[in-house]
Structure formats: structure tokens, C-alpha cells
Ligand binder design. Structure first.
Ligand SMILES: Cc1cc2nc3c(=O)[nH]c(=O)nc-3n(C[C@H](O)[C@H](O)[C@H](O)COP(=O)(O)O)c2cc1C
Length: 323
């Protein structure tokens, strides 16, 4: 029933880093992962390896870019495709932060569909990597379907066939990014209407989706569902998604997930000088809903000061919590 449908883990700055994605992939083999947003100028002028390297186990993985300069976008697309083997790139047209707006990227680009179109064209001219756009349903306090439709029409004409739509407006003055994820009201109908009017586009809905029942409902109208905060808060929600959407009944137990994470942590500490906490912090919510969840969080808060074998440290902390 859900054969051609997709579930995505939303890009989240300072959360969906490579360690988080490796951990999430241990739970779910079918969801598509996103990197955090990475500005194009950081990639062009910065340490590409540090910014873009990831474990091959993370596939399928999409790199999200922040930028608005077509030439720079195209350079990054080429690097993503040829040097790092990403499965797709995505242009951020949804981030409402001031800093991002000053750099002329993120949600303010909803008002500049021509610039987004130029980016799409330039990327397609220079690489074969699939390109998509993640946007909002509009800008400001008033919802305006025609505004969204015109944006989608213009950008799709430039060759973008895949849209991730966060079903809220972005309010660029007066609301910080955090409030921009809760205060503007959700309007899923706008997203359904886009799919109805543009049946050839692949449309994924995002925003406030936190249970299987609503995922199933959305999948009746659109091609995919993207989830951010709920998966971070409760990563084992992915097991339910695997079972209910992908009919995969073979997910690892929580214990097995931690056991599988141990060699990864050891290798990251040894090869990349990662701290244990920089990886285990993503497992904070692994026991959400279980009796010992609070104990696990308290344990993780002290983990950087613990001495000994990584395996012993991890398994000791979790031993009384497993189901
Ligand atoms: C901490 C945090 C960081 C985020 N960073 C990004 C980002 O880098 N790029 C992006 O397109 N959206 C970003 N978002 C927005 C999410 O991708 C998503 O659109 C939003 O959280 C709504 O989905 P949700 O209700 O399932 O969390 C971020 C959200 C949060 C909470």
C-alpha cells in the first residue's frame, strides 16, 4: 500500500550531524536522511572533508545547501556528486533566521523564485545529481495559496521535480526561528492542493507530524512525509515507521542498536578525535516512554568523565533499562 511512498528525516542544524544519522540508520534502513543545512560558501572556502564526509552506511542521504548564488550552488552540487557520492541535493528555502536572510538564502527566497530557478538550472547544467527544494507555504502572517502555487510553478519549470513543503508560513520579522516552527499555523491542505495541481511533481509534506496515524493519512494525498523533531525526541519511533509503513519487522532492539553503535564510537574516537558524548548525545531519547529513560539521560550527562572501555560504559548505563 505504501510501496512508492517515502519517509524522510528532516534536516536539523546542530542535530542531524553524521553521528546522529549513523545512529538513526541503525534503527531504520528505509528512511531517507538529510544533512544539516550547509552554506555553499562554507563548502567552497572551508574544509570539505570535515563538512561533507559521512559513513557509506548512511545512504540514501541528501545534502542540504544554503545559498542563492547559482554558480556556487553548481560547484557544491558537483562536489557533492563526484567527491562525496550524495544521493541528492536540496536547496533550503525555509530557514527563517536573520543571519540566513542577510546572506540572502533560506525562507526569504520564497519571494525570489527566479533566483531559486536560476540555481536549479545551473545545477542541472553542471551535474546529474537529483535536486530538490525545501520550502514553506508562504511568507508573513497571511496565508496565500496563489503565492505558493506561483513559487512551485516557476521553480518546477526550471527543472525541479521534487518539493519538501513545511506546511507553515515563515514570518521573517518579529519571530525567531524557534517560534517560526510553532506559531504560524499549519495548513496541510495547501500542500495537498499542490500535489493535486501538479501530479507529476514529487511532493513531501512536513511540519508537526508525530504519529503513525497522521503519517498514514498524509500519504493518501502526497508522496512522502518528512519528520524532524519527533524522531529526534523519540528515535525509536523509526521502528514503528519501519513496521507500519515499510512492513519491515526485523528492526534491531534498543540493546542491539547500542551494541552496534559501540564500534562506530570507538572508531570515531580513534580516527577523528570525537568525544564519546558528541555521539551518545543523539541517543538521549532512545528509551522515551520507558521507565528508565530519565536514568539514561542522567547517565549520558556524565559520560564524558567516565573512564574505561566504550562498550562497558555504554552497556553498563543501559543495562537496567531495556525492555
Ligand atoms: C533545531 C532545528 C534545526 C533545524 N535546522 C534546519 C535546517 O538546517 N534546514 C532546514 O531546512 N530546516 C531545518 N529545521 C526545520 C525542520 O527541518 C522541519 O522543517 C521543522 O522542524 C518542522 O518539522 P517537524 O515538526 O517534524 O519538526 C530545523 C528545525 C529544528 C527544530
Amino acid at each position: 500500500m505504501y510501496k512508492n511512498k517515502k519517509i524522510y528525516v528532516a534536516p536539523m542544524m546542530q542535530y542531524t550531524d553524521k553521528h546522529d544519522r549513523y545512529f538513526l540508520r541503525l534503527i531504520s534502513k528505509n528512511v531517507v536522511l538529510f544533512t544539516e543545512m550547509i552554506p555553499t560558501n562554507a563548502i567552497i572556502h572551508g574544509d570539505k572533508k570535515k563538512l561533507l564526509e559521512y559513513s557509506k552506511k548512511e545512504h540514501p542521504i541528501i545534502l542540504q545547501l544554503g545559498g542563492s548564488n547559482p554558480k556556487e550552488m553548481a560547484i557544491c552540487a558537483k562536489v557533492a556528486e563526484n567527491k562525496f557520492g550524495y544521493d541528492g541535493i536540496n536547496i533550503n528555502v525555509g530557514c527563517p533566521s536573520k543571519k540566513v536572510e542577510n546572506g540572502m538564502f533560506g525562507a526569504c527566497l520564497m519571494d525570489k523564485p527566479k533566483i531559486v530557478s536560476d540555481c536549479i538550472k545551473e545545477i542541472k547544467k553542471n551535474s546529474n545529481i537529483p535536486v530538490s527544494v525545501k520550502c514553506r507555504i508562504g511568507l508573513g502572517k497571511k496565508q496565500n495559496y496563489l503565492f505558493l502555487k506561483k513559487f512551485i510553478l516557476c521553480v518546477s519549470k526550471a527543472g525541479c521535480k521534487k518539493f519538501f513543503i513545511h506546511a507553515r508560513n515563515a514570518i521573517l520579522s518579529g519571530l525567531n526561528p524557534k517560534k517560526n516552527r510553532t506559531i504560524p499555523t499549519l495548513n496541510y491542505q495547501f500542500v495537498y492542493n499542490i500535489k493535486k495541481e501538479f501530479p507529476n511533481l514529487e511532493v513531501t509534506i512536513n511540519g508537526g507530524i508525530d504519529n503513525i496515524k497522521s503519517i498514514k493519512k498524509h500519504l493518501k494525498y502526497v508522496d512522502g512525509v518528512m519528520i524532524g523533531r519527533e524522531i529526534y525526541k523519540n528515535p525509536y519511533f523509526l521502528k514503528e515507521i519501519e513496521e507500519e509503513i515499510f512492513s519491515n519487522k526485523k528492526c534491531y532492539t534498543r540493546k542491539k542498536i547500542l551494541e552496534e553503535l559501540v564500534p562506530y564510537i570507538e572508531s570515531e574516537i580513534e580516527n577523528n578525535k570525537a568525544s564519546i558524548q558528541s555521539i551518545t548525545r543523539h541517543t538521549f531519547g532512545l528509551f522515551t516512554g520507558m521507565k528508565g529513560s530519565k536514568k539514561w539521560k542522567q547517565y549520558l550527562n556524565k559520560i564524558n568523565h567516565m573512564k574505561g572501555d566504550v562498550k562497558d560504559i555504554i552497556l553498563e548505563g543501559a543495562k537496567n533499562i531495556y525492555e
